[in-house]
Design a protein around this ligand. Structure first.
Ligand SMILES: Nc1ncnc2c1ncn2[C@@H]1O[C@H](COP(=O)(O)OP(=O)(O)OP(=O)(O)O)[C@@H](O)[C@H]1O
Length: 237
């Protein structure tokens, strides 16, 4: 199992943001967490990405609990996880190539040739090899996101986390994103997506988790969901 979330809780003073959330993510799974605003989706993603600490519960990466681990082992496990932020978080003063090569250069100490070959491979995967020497400011929202995906892949993660990936995209860019996610799924990467976008979730997911009032109230494999829109209408009531 790539990722296992066990009875996770998070509260902020009076607010219970995440209550008793459990699920698993396996290789080649695309899991979308859907829910109304304030239901706890972003908090859950932050807990998984180690950007916030939980009040209780456990997270296992590649079968290993992250609790009480020594720093190096924890770092190693978190390197298995790539995060694509809603605002993409690219470094504007660096070219696309420099953005992609920063982390692998620091983490894996690869030489220039190796880095350059890997950069070309990743940029081909996201269809943007011709933007290698461009600066992020010259790219469209959809292109920035594809670069953010390539950058996340540069450290060879097995799990990818996406926060609201379609929020800044036009229809064509969403179609491109769907294609990339399905390629990554076929490469056996486990993908967790937080989204409001049911149409998109339907196109990429193998399983949907519906979150409401800080808990997962319903989880179903996509092939078992016939009338998705009907379910969602009921769910939002
Ligand atoms: N840093 C914080 N301090 C206090 N309360 C917070 C904090 N972050 C989130 N919350 C609260 O936790 C609850 C869940 O918020 P969260 O952002 O996880 O929801 P969400 O489902 O991601 O919403 P949206 O779809 O609008 O982004 C909300 O009531 C929110 O106000």
């Amino acid at each position: 199992m790539l990722l296992e979330v066990k009875s996770l809780f998070k509260s902020y003073k009076q607010v219970q943001a995440v209550s008793d959330v459990s699920f698993t993510l396996d290789r080649g799974d695309v899991l979308s967490i859907i829910g109304p605003s304030g239901s706890g989706k972003s908090t859950l993603l932050k807990l998984i990405a180690n950007l916030e600490s939980s009040s209780s519960g456990d997270i296992l990466i590649l079968g290993e609990s992250i609790q009480g681990l020594e720093k190096k082992r924890k770092q190693f496990l978190y390197q298995k996880m790539g995060f694509i932020f809603q605002d993409f978080a690219l470094f504007d003063h660096m070219t696309v190539k420099e953005n992609l090569e920063l982390a692998p250069r620091l983490v894996y100490k690869k030489d220039k040739n190796e880095l350059s070959n890997e950069t070309d491979r990743l940029l081909k995967l996201v269809g943007l090899l011709d933007k290698k020497d461009s600066y992020p400011i010259t790219l469209s929202g959809g292109q920035k996101q594809r670069i953010a995906i390539a950058r996340a892949l540069a450290t060879q993660p097995e799990i990818l986390l996406f926060d609201e990936p379609t929020s800044a995209l036009d229809v064509k860019s969403i179609d491109d994103l769907v294609e990339i996610i399905l390629k990554l799924k076929a490469d056996n990467i486990g993908i967790l997506i937080v989204t409001h976008d049911l149409r998109f979730a339907k196109m990429v997911s193998s399983r949907l988790l519906f979150m409401k009032n800080s808990s997962i109230i319903f989880s179903e494999n996509i092939q078992n969901i016939d009338n998705l829109d009907g379910i969602f209408d009921d769910f939002l009531k």
